[in-house]
Write a protein that binds this ligand. Sequence first.
Ligand code: FES
Length: 147
Amino acid sequence: MSSNADIYHEIIVDYSRNPINYGKIEDHDVTFHDSNPLCGDSIDIDLKINDEKVTDIKFHGKGCAICMACSSVLTEITKGKSLDDVRKIEKNDVLSELGLEHLQAVRIKCALLSLKVLKSALYTYLGKHLENSQDMDKLKDEAANLY
Ligand code: FES
């Protein structure tokens, strides 16, 4: 009988071979890129936003199996959500989907690279669309405390 760890391992390998929402959105409303300086892996996320909702999201780039699996899961979680709800996505929302809550510190950056890119894309978009300076200050606080 397979253990939970084996099942999660299979899911991660499967996502890394067949990533979900992989690609580009040519007419995106915002895009962001970042990389993990320790390994050189990099992720881009494109968002299409309509009526304060993420109507489409795609990612591309390269990363280890954990990075690609977490990117797939994150894009699935994000698609269709309101911008407010995307702001509330936390690291455990992604990690728990893949049984990675107790990942070693060195691999956490692999798992959370896409979340960092998504939040940065969101803050870039909101930064351009917010007129209220109080909202902007709140956003800067959130950006500084991503993890
Ligand atoms: Fe580069 Fe995991 S080894 S993101």
